[in-house]
Ligand binder design. Structure first.
Ligand code: KIV
Ligand code: ZN
Length: 533
């Protein structure tokens, strides 16, 4: 493979992905995801949009410092084509060993006429100033002509040539609204590469593509772009992102990996980290992965029909084009149950990619024993759910001690909950009635936490088959008067307990991001005071 066979993976989970409705993440969660992305082997992490808020800037700075090491990924920040934003972006990324500034301007007639309200010559002037300024701060500059999929190709060539002339080293061509079809996209990328002065083969400029999935074409379009000569693909984990999402990392990477004869291209991705990364992103964003999602969906390697099962037993290649192990999904060789010890658990977790020792191992072992008492065989999926429930959650502001519910046809569903502030400074007990046990529990929690919010999504599903299965609950809530939303995840054999855990995780995430760090108990319920008024 020559250098020209290498496709760079630019991950924008923490920027475009975080723009998904409901995917708001705290700084600590962003940092942990960034660490996992580095482990996965992505080449570039777009860590955020530093000018969007002081919190975004702080999160990008932390990632730049802690993940942007010399042997780690390039750390990139996004910025509008405005000098003050570009400077803030530089403040965000400059501590990385390999920083990048990514600036963009809408170039379709829709964007020129309705958003920036500029003529084409004025837009060219904005690009000239922005890229020149970015280059004066940072050696590595990426420029994106936004909504390129609907822009005039001749104008695109002019904009791209100017960006390169002013110092851009990567030209990223976005199909911002997911409008184009694979063949026309491939042709457009080939034309841009061939006809943009100063950016052809041998110029050192990297062509990149950034596709949205509004018509379900994001992966096909990205691969068409790669076939046409692009060598950077912008992707997110699980394909999360604005509206229908972005191109999903796992789909592009596994297509290149599974069809080497067809593409003849490689990436630096350690494919065995894919599943773990997918789970972490799903748990932290509170966005479940659809079961039939390519590569990382729960059914992606499940074989239901008799003919398929028969074929699989004879030879796995009859119905599997890649092995589950390639993406880090393991077939259990060891069945864990109530007689399994700490060592067996530790080894199994290690095989699943989790190195857990000391107190953390004791904690997981305690949960494992409880689970093994409730169900005979503890599967890998159960262990993954347990790890997510224990570790992939926000720092606790409130935590639950106990819950009791009564429900059924003979009375009003009632929940009594005992909670405390996680720093042990206050304890609360509250009872409430509701339309069902989960509603009653959520009402009791609301009476304690006292921060108005709306439950906008609630979903429950079982991790494995069987009446004794673990239930996984995902919720999403939105604070009053705020369009952001926050996800939470919980797992337990009791679905009311799982529901409470998920709700508390979402509440804790919301309270942390809104700055409700310091709480004063007042009477029976807590009064929260803003840390940053
Ligand atoms: O979709 C888009 O156009 C973008 C740009 C900022 C690259 O996200
Ligand atoms: Zn985008």
């Amino acid at each position: 493979m020559s250098a020209n066979n290498r496709v760079f993976i630019f991950d924008t989970t923490l920027r475009d992905g975080e723009q998904s409705p409901g995917a708001t993440l705290s700084s600590a969660e962003k940092l942990e995801i960034a660490r996992q992305l580095a482990k996965l082997g992505v080449d570039i992490i777009e860590a955020g949009f530093p000018a969007a808020s002081p919190d975004d800037l702080a999160a990008v700075q932390r990632i730049a410092q802690e993940v942007g090491t010399l042997d780690g990924p390039v750390i990139c920040g996004l910025s509008r084509a405005i000098e003050k934003d570009i400077l803030t972006c530089w403040e965000g990324v400059k501590l990385a060993a390999k920083p990048r500034i990514h600036t963009f301007l809408g170039v379709s007639d829709y964007h020129l006429n309705y958003i920036t309200k500029t003529t084409k010559p004025e837009a060219l002037e904005i690009v000239r100033k922005a890229v020149t300024y970015a280059k004066s701060l940072c050696e590595d500059v990426e420029f994106s002509p936004m909504d390129a999929g609907r822009a005039d190709p001749q104008f695109l060539i002019e904009v791209c040539a100017l960006a390169v002339q002013c110092g851009a080293t990567t030209l990223n061509i976005p199909d911002t609204v997911g409008y184009v079809m694979p063949q026309e996209w491939g042709e457009l990328i080939a034309t841009l590469i061939a006809e943009t002065p100063g950016a052809g083969p041998g110029s050192g400029v990297i062509w990149s593509i950034h596709c949205h999935n509004d018509l379900g074409m994001a992966t096909a379009n990205s691969l068409a772009g790669v076939m046409a000569g692009a060598r950077q693909v912008e992707v997110t984990i699980n394909g999360i992102g604005e509206r229908a999402g972005n191109t999903s990392l796992e789909e592009v990477v596994m297509a290149l990996h599974t069809r080497p004869q067809y593409y003849g291209l490689t990436t630096g991705i350690h494919t065995r980290e894919i599943m773990k990364t997918s789970r972490i992103v799903s748990n932290y964003t509170g966005m479940p992965v659809q079961p039939n999602k390519a590569i990382v969906g729960a059914n992606a390697f499940a074989h239901e029909s008799g003919i398929h099962q028969d074929g699989m037993l004879k030879n796995a290649s009859t119905f599997e084009i890649m092995t589950p192990e390639t993406i880090g999904l393991h077939q259990s060789r060891l069945v864990l149950g109530k007689h399994s010890g700490r060592h067996a658990l530790k080894v199994r977790l290690q095989e699943l990619g989790y190195t857990i020792e000391g107190d953390a191992l004791n904690q997981v072992f305690g949960r494992f024993k409880e689970l093994a008492d409730a169900k005979k065989n503890v599967t890998d999926a159960d262990l993954e759910a347990l790890i997510a429930d224990e570790f992939h959650k926000p720092a606790e502001i409130f935590s639950m001690d106990d819950i009791q519910v009564t429900c059924g046809t003979m009375g009003m569903p009632t929940a009594t909950i005992k909670m405390r502030k996680a720093d042990h400074s206050a304890e609360f007990i509250h009872a409430a009635v509701g339309t069902g046990p989960v509603d009653a529990a959520y009402r009791a929690i609301d009476a304690i936490v006292k921060v108005p919010n709306t439950l906008i999504e609630y979903s429950v599903h079982s991790v494995t088959a069987g009446i004794d299965a673990l239930g996984e609950v995902t919720v999403r809530i939105s604070p009053e008067g705020d369009e952001r939303s926050f996800g939470g995840y919980g797992a337990d054999t009791d679905i009311v307990v799982a529901s409470v855990k998920a709700y508390l995780a979402a509440l804790n995430r919301m309270l942390a991001v809104l700055g409700y760090g310091e709480m004063k108990p007042e009477g029976e319920a807590a009064t929260l005071s803003l840390k940053h008024p």
